[in-house]
Design a protein around this ligand. Structure first.
Ligand code: ADP
Ligand code: MG
Length: 281
């Protein structure tokens, strides 16, 4: 039986919610960019066949020679798959549409849930000198998402503040419990992130109150506002932090990075500006 192996660095976070359109990819891209602003070196693994994180970071389909599919299904070395992005210190494992057949390709593999876990623990990962790996999961609880959960230290769950937002959470929590029992006993929930939040909307406020009542400390203090600059940035192949660094979306994703880094400071990086003070001023 395989067991989760927990290296101290890089920290591995899976961005998971089986619902589509809740802000997983947006959060993966912009949290990655915010960590990099804080001095971290970050790898974003695109685990969604739609490849939105890859496109959003400026790696067009034609540029994706090797992809997460090759990493998982053909066990290609991670050093051959990882690409640099336009942002120094931010790397990408791109996805391609063939990842949608991974479910079928992997069904007969004995260790099918551990493929990403093993790939991210290949010795040549250390050559990238990473602090964080973020995994952008597809909108389902399939074998790809299970690979994301098995590979990770913790899960970050974006939750769009709308009616029914909390409905899908119990299924996700059940899956997390199953993954803990079968494969990754120390898998933590890093936090639930309220996304596309509109403070003027009373329903959104109600959803926030319900989420904080039900989940308590699990909900990040930082919330991400609905902000048009955030939704424009991918069409310019950029995180919002470089597209419009002073937008409300950028400010919020920086605050989220600082909230996480306050709990898990970057190792050996003492001069990180603003790290550890938790909230954006
Ligand atoms: P998922 O990966 O969960 O499917 P996305 O991150 O792709 O979700 O977001 C879904 C849509 O919502 C995208 O069009 C994205 O640009 C938009 N979006 C996400 N977060 C915000 C935000 N804070 N403000 C405005 N639009 C957002
Ligand atoms: Mg997505």
């Amino acid at each position: 039986m395989s067991e989760f192996v927990a290296p101290s660095t890089p920290r591995i976070l899976a961005v998971v919610n089986q619902k589509g359109g809740v802000g997983k990819t947006t959060t993966a891209i912009n949290l990655a960019a915010a960590f990099v602003e804080c001095g971290a070196r970050v790898l974003l693994v695109d685990l969604d066949p739609q490849g939105n994180a890859s496109t959003g970071l400026g790696i067009a389909p034609a540029q994706r020679k090797l992809s997460t599919f090759d990493l998982l299904v053909d066990e290609v070395a991670i050093g051959e798959v990882v690409q640099e992005t336009a942002i120094s210190g931010l790397y990408l494992c791109p996805a391609s549409s063939d990842l949608s057949s991974a479910d079928i390709e992997l069904v007969s593999r004995e260790k099918r849930s551990f493929l990403l876990h093993d790939a991210l623990r290949q010795p040549d990962v250390s050559s990238f000198n990473l602090d964080y790996i973020l995994i952008d999961c597809p909108p389902s609880l399939n074998v790809l998402t299970v690979n994301g959960l098995v590979a990770s230290h913790a899960v970050l769950v974006p939750l769009q503040t709308e009616f029914f937002a909390l409905e899908g959470l119990s299924q996700l929590m059940l899956t997390i419990r199953e993954v803990r029992q079968a494969a990754n006993p120390t898998l933590r929930i890093e936090g639930v992130l309220l996304t596309m939040h509109d403070l003027r909307n009373r329903l959104a406020q109600q959803v926030e109150n319900d989420a904080r009542d039900a989940l308590g400390e699990l909900v990040f203090k930082t919330t991400i506002p609905r902000n048009v600059r955030v939704s424009e940035a991918p069409s310019y192949a950029q995180p919002v932090l470089t597209y419009d660094g002073s937008s409300k979306g950028s400010v919020a994703y920086r605050a989220l990075a600082k909230e996480i880094l306050a709990r898990h400071p970057l190792v050996g990086k003492v001069n990180v500006k603003g790290q550890g003070d938790g909230q954006e001023k």
